[in-house]
Design a protein around this ligand. Structure first.
Ligand code: GAL
Length: 710
């Protein structure tokens, strides 16, 4: 649990201090044909190295020098424009896109493609002065001011109109530009608004969802504390603490409103852009201010901004954030921003170690990223982020990290052909939904129960054995997985329960852990004790839950260890449900000799419920047991300490990426012969890989069964 707390603190630091959270109709002309035709696009690389470039902050006479330095480092794309609204529309309706066109052409001359960020995260001063109603209202009722960014109200119709008009100008001008490969909408969606007009929209949203107040009152049990509503206009915005039905509804409204905010720009880009141009937005890993999964559904590609902040890369928790992002659309994604060494917004802005930036880039690719972009190329000479890591110094010359990034670029160019078309294919899935995260976080019941840390504990335990794990919503088809683990899946809708039941009945192995299946779609209690709609299938349920202030021993099939923080006391209701673990005797008394983990075979499938908060050896033993029982057959038992393995494959071949994050050098004995993608010559094969700290070894071999094991 100590490790869990540290993780929680580290994640909180990363999330709460994420920079953007701190924070800091006229007819559009179409593109001049001559400008677009002056160079044929180069073949797109399989792996893109990129940089966030802000041409609007520099004299044009400097652009070529910057782009030449990028080209030398094998940088193949720049993302531009995401904060440039005041340069793109200097006054209302007067657009100036010529400079952006010239920047795109300049990049093209250096074989550097362009991703355009729409600038709606940074409205210009004229806009918020002319239309103050577009400024966000904070929870304390104060209106945000100009001077930072993200000061807009995501629910404001006027703001949407202006942001859409701006995006339309860009899409009409660059939607068919051969050097523009994609679009990023806005930048790091984050802040809701809490004013009266948003509240009215929320009330209308509730009306559409619940139909009648009688229905809403019943489903939220508003008879409790006399909360009964007799007019929609009485319903407040509540963040916490409050009625659980009201809280979950607000978060769903916030998520739907981000989705429609995004769609407002997405539709106008799609209508004017080539289908080859992707449309994404840069999300923030575990940031849970809205349902990222839902909002991602309208995009053609997911992407996220991967910042370590203080300390060094934690490959487990960082890997989980990659896998979460990959799970939204269940395909490869981009790392749209990452730190060139250090950030400027953490309590301690230490740099990553020498070699760690390269190791981290390959860790990203191993988890399914096809691009890694450094934020930023060179820091502006003034502005809120003067201290942030960059690739050039304030003097405009490469800094000490530049050669390491150029090394990554050279690697990407060399390994790109091997990785082209490959993806991560997992036998194991971890289930994650935002509803469960929020539901537990509002009512932790024991403050040490951190739903995210719980998920990552299980993720780490199964990933250490399976080497590849998907993180997906309980609503997606699951038949491709041999094992599905649902850590603290507190809220399960009836449709999701049906999906999980079908999965087990069709031969899958489902493992539920503490607090799963307690809440219905309205964040209310199921009348069947947890796991609620899955209790009949399990042939057992949680008879009582206990928040612990003491350690309880637990022992059985997975050895002996402590359980802290939380204990679900289980009971079996079916003769074929087996007890795997039991709690030991303590002064608490209630848990003495009671079941702590139970399992039931269902045809060829199995459902298991783990009520104890396992850690250490029993956690590892439980992971080993479920992987073996489900028939997952990883080629390694465990890797040497510090070494991580990532596998990407297609029907014909697979690529293994080995990275040593530990201080001690390690040698990995490979199960078969491989060719070394970065250093191999003449088809020579290897059977071992030696790795010093931060070394990366990339290996390739044929896949003998399509998409399966050799
Ligand atoms: C990101 C943001 C960038 C920059 C960066 C600094 O969250 O999208 O614009 O602020 O952080 O770490």
């Amino acid at each position: 649990m100590i490790a869990r707390r540290q993780l929680a603190i580290a994640l909180a630091a990363t999330l709460l201090l994420a920079p953007s959270l701190r924070s800091h109709a006229a007819t559009a002309p179409t593109a001049p044909a001559a400008a677009q035709a002056d160079a044929a696009p180069a073949a797109p690389p399989a792996l893109y190295l990129g940089a966030a470039w802000y041409p609007e902050q520099w004299p044009e006479s400097r652009w070529d020098t910057d782009l030449a330095l990028m080209q030398q480092a094998h940088i193949r794309f720049v993302r531009v424009g995401e904060f440039a609204w005041s340069r793109l529309e200097p006054s209302e309706g007067h657009y100036d896109l010529d400079w952006l066109d010239r920047a795109i052409r300049a990049a093209q001359r250096h074989n550097i493609a362009v991703v355009i960020g729409t600038p709606s995260a940074a409205p210009p001063a004229w806009l918020t002065t002319e239309y103050p109603e577009t400024l966000r209202i904070e929870e304390d009722g104060k209106r945000a001011q100009h001077g930072n960014r993200q000061q807009f109200d995501w629910s404001s119709p006027k703001y949407r109109e202006l942001a859409r008009a701006m995006a339309e100008q860009e899409a009409r001008r660059f939607g068919h530009d051969p050097n523009v490969i994609g679009w990023q909408i806005d930048n790091e969606y984050a802040n809701a608004s809490y004013g009266p007009s948003t509240q009215a929209q929320f009330q209308n949203w509730l009306k559409a969802r619940y139909g009648t107040l009688d229905n809403l009152n019943a489903r939220w049990t508003t008879a409790y504390w006399s909360q009964t509503y007799n007019d929609w206009s009485q319903i407040p915005i509540e963040t916490k603490p409050g009625n659980p039905g009201l809280l979950i509804s607000w978060m769903r409204f916030v998520s739907d409103t981000w989705r429609s905010y995004q769609k407002n720009q997405l539709d106008v880009i799609r209508a004017n852009a080539d289908p080859r141009q992707f449309i994404t937005t840069n999300m923030m890993g575990f940031f849970n201010g809205y349902n990222n999964d839902l909002v991602a559904q309208d995009l053609t590609m997911a992407s996220w901004d991967d910042y370590v902040g203080t300390g060094q890369l934690n490959p487990v928790s960082n890997g989980a954030a990659h896998d979460l992002t990959r799970g939204f659309l269940r395909k490869n994604f981009w790392v749209m921003e990452t730190q060139p060494g250090s950030v400027n917004w953490s309590p301690d802005n230490n740099p990553l170690n020498k070699g760690e930036v390269r190791a981290m880039a390959w860790h990203d690719i191993g988890h399914g990223a096809d691009a890694v972009e450094y934020w930023q190329w060179r820091s502006a000479l003034n502005g809120q982020e003067e201290y942030h890591g960059t690739l050039l110094g304030a003097d405009g010359n490469p800094n000490p990290l530049y050669p390491e990034v150029a090394h990554i670029g050279a690697d990407f160019a060399k390994a790109g052909p091997a990785l082209a078309g490959t993806s991560v294919q997992s036998d194991v899935a971890i289930l994650h939904n935002y509803d469960s995260y929020w539901a537990i976080d509002w009512q932790r019941h024991n403050k040490a129960f951190d739903p995210l840390a719980t998920m990552i504990d299980w993720y780490g335990a199964v990933r250490a054995l399976a080497h590849s794990v998907d993180i997906v919503s309980p609503s997606v088809p699951l038949s491709q997985y041999k094992l599905v683990v649902a850590p603290a899946l507190n809220m399960i809708t009836e449709a999701q329960a049906r999906n999980l039941i079908d999965y087990v009945q069709n031969g899958g192995h489902l493992v539920l852990t503490q607090r799963s299946g307690m809440k219905n779609i309205d964040n209310g209690l199921y009348t069947q004790l947890q796991p609620g709609p899955l209790a009949d299938l399990l042939g057992g349920h949680v008879a009582q839950f206990y928040a612990l202030d003491t350690t309880i021993p637990v022992s059985g099939t997975w050895g002996t260890g402590p359980t802290k923080v939380w204990a679900d006391m289980l009971t079996t209701t079916s003769p074929d449900t087996k007890v795997l673990m039991r709690y030991g005797k303590t002064p608490l008394g209630w848990l003495d000799d009671q079941p702590a983990a139970i399992t039931r075979q269902v045809g060829k499938g199995r459902i298991t419920y783990i009520g104890a908060d396992l850690e250490g050896a029993p956690l590892a033993a439980a992971a080993k047991w479920m992987i073996a029982d489900a028939g997952v057959q990883p080629e390694f038992g465990t890797l040497p300490p510090g070494v991580d393995l990532y596998i990407r494959k297609d029907a014909t071949h697979e690529v293994w990426i080995l990275i040593n994050f530990g201080a001690a050098p390690q040698t990995v004995a490979l199960p078969t012969a491989f060719t070394n993608v970065l250093t191999g010559t003449g088809g020579a094969t290897v059977h071992t890989a030696a790795l010093k700290q931060y070394d990366v070894v990339i290996l390739q071999r044929p896949t003998s069964t399509p998409g399966g094991k050799p």
